[in-house]
Design a protein around this ligand. Structure first.
Ligand code: NAD
Length: 494
């Protein structure tokens, strides 16, 4: 792929434009750091404005080449072949994802890589069974007209991605975009460029026409991210990342009135009623708080617990938290590092702020002692707080670390108001054995996704997205078709 040697230490990560790997035309590069050790293990070649323009031009040209002339059946066959090739090269994708993110192998091998393949296969199925709409219309002259729709690709789609589940989140957008016949230019996170680059090899191996899939590396403002989103030949922008970045991208999208799909930040609540199955709630919520070291957009950062079981719940969550040992090798193989030294500083700032604001630290709150190769990694302790007030910074701002505040409540109305009192609206989880309450409270949550007695249970056909500052639009199943296609209604006078 992008490699000048089989050793990851010397790996060179290149842009992928019009079917070929390329350095940046201005000769700029930046280090690729493994967060589990804090050491540079590769060099990423940064795309210049001209390189990004080349990628967009290649994507635009591909729309009218062999790709644009394929039947849906031919196209989805190629998309399904991408899924199979990712599975065949699962070990390579796993190595790339683990090198970039530092996450434990079992997390990447169970979540990131299989979902990367599934995203292509599922959208190939959705598009091949995509229904159309038709209406028989009575006309003023007593005759009839037939209205029916055809869906067409939007064109060149810019895909701007974060670093927490790099392959999974990128393919969640590239899969439907290509299945619908678009072409893409992907800007992976500067922290995690490898799997997007590696996917270029897969595209070439399955015979994807040149220019259909392109990757440009770099940063946001003044770099590949801004060059891409402000390029006028981009027809639509799909973005996952921070709410503030979404606002900046939206301003660029306004130029030329381009469509956007945004999956943004969250401050997700969980509500545990006194009748909850405590085993299920502690198991589910400890995953929800600590999985991927809390770097999950759907992760829980606020837990509301009905007062009679508050102390028992806190004690059991503390025990569960202590079972998440920071580290990625040996017996410390559970809680990987944060993505960067900068992100660790941000999370530790919130750890300090919680205490300054009067929180009691139940467990964690600092940096773990780790020796050996991982001593330089960006680890933090899994952390729980009680005695937090609703208005405290750690209860209002997205932290994106392995931590949460736990707060008692006394009534259903009170907890619904607390859970909904946020600018975000991504997801929530409700824990109760009373199913009529489960349905009632779930429907009252102002979020895009609400789980009852589970978390992160995903069916890729369902609508996914957030309300408020958590996003614009829904993706998943047929909902993705709304964003990745343009509808033409054809009216035929009979
Ligand atoms: P980020 O917003 O910092 O960066 C995301 C991407 O945007 C990166 O590729 C970055 O280079 C690029 N970018 C930054 N500034 C840009 C600009 N001005 N123009 C164009 N591109 C720009 O986000 P992150 O730190 O990589 O990811 C963490 C965030 O992502 C969290 O807020 C998390 O909640 C959110 N997230 C949301 C979902 C979801 O489905 N709602 C999923 C995963 C992550």
């Amino acid at each position: 792929m992008t490699s000048t040697s089989s050793s990851p230490v010397t790996e060179t990560i290149l842009n992928f434009i019009d079917g070929s790997y390329r350095k940046g035309s201005e000769g700029k590069s930046f280090p690729n750091v493994n967060p589990a050790t804090g050491t540079a293990i590769g060099v990423v070649h940064e795309a210049s404005q001209a390189d990004v323009a080349d990628a967009v031009a290649a994507a635009k040209a591909a729309l009218t080449g062999p790709w644009g002339k394929m039947t849906t059946a031919e196209r989805v066959k190629l998309i399904a072949a991408v899924a199979t090739e990712i599975e065949r090269r699962a070990d390579d994708f796993l190595a790339a994802e683990v090198a970039d993110t530092g996450k434990p192998r079992h997390v990447a091998s169970h979540i990131d890589i299989p979902r990367g393949a599934a995203n292509f296969r599922m959208f190939a199925d959705v598009v091949s069974t995509m229904p159309g709409e038709s209406f028989n219309t009575s006309t003023p002259d007593g005759g009839q007209a037939l209205n029916y729709t055809v869906r067409k690709p939007k064109g060149v789609v810019a895909v701007v991605c974060p670093w927490n589940f790099p392959l999974l989140l990128m393919t969640w957008k590239v899969g439907p975009a290509l299945a619908c016949g678009n072409t893409v230019v992907v800007k992976p996170s500067e922290e995690t460029p490898r799997t997007a680059a590696l996917l270029g090899e897969v595209m070439n191996a399955v015979g994807m026409p040149k220019g259909v899939y392109n990757v440009v590396h770099g940063f946001g403002p003044g770099s590949a991210g801004e060059f891409l989103t402000s390029n006028p030949d981009v027809d639509a922008i799909t973005f996952t990342g921070e709410t503030g970045t979404g606002q900046a991208i939206m301003q660029k999208a306004a130029i030329g009135v381009r469509d956007i799909s945004f999956e943004l930040g969250g401050k997700n609540p969980a509500i545990v009623f006194a009748d909850a199955d405590l085993d299920k709630a502690v198991e589910g919520l400890s995953r929800s708080v600590f999985l991927n070291t809390g770097q999950v957009c759907l992760g829980t950062e606020r837990v509301y617990v009905e007062r009679p079981i508050f102390d028992a719940f806190v004690a059991r969550m503390a025990a569960a938290a202590q079972g998440f040992k920071p580290g990625v090798t040996g017996d410390r193989a559970y809680l990987g590092p944060l993505i960067s030294a900068e992100h660790r500083e941000k999370v530790l700032g919130y750890y300090r702020r919680a205490v300054e604001d009067g929180a009691t630290v139940v467990t964690g709150g600092g940096v773990p002692e780790i020796s050996g190769a991982e001593a330089g990694g960006f680890f933090v302790e899994p952390t729980l707080w009680i005695d937090v007030a609703h208005g405290d910074t750690v209860m209002r701002e997205e932290i994106f670390g392995p931590c949460c505040g736990i707060v008692p409540f006394d009534s259903e109305d009170e907890v619904i108001a607390l859970a909904n009192d946020t600018v975000y609206g991504l997801c929530a989880s409700i824990w109760t054995e009373n199913m009529s309450r489960g349905h009632r409270v779930a429907a009252a949550m102002d979020v895009g996704v609400c789980w009852v007695n589970s978390w992160f249970l995903r069916d890729l056909r369902t609508a996914f997205g957030g309300s408020g500052h958590s996003g614009i639009g829904r993706e998943g199943g047929v909902h993705s078709l709304e964003f990745y296609t343009e509808i033409t209604n054809i009216c035929v006078k009979l």
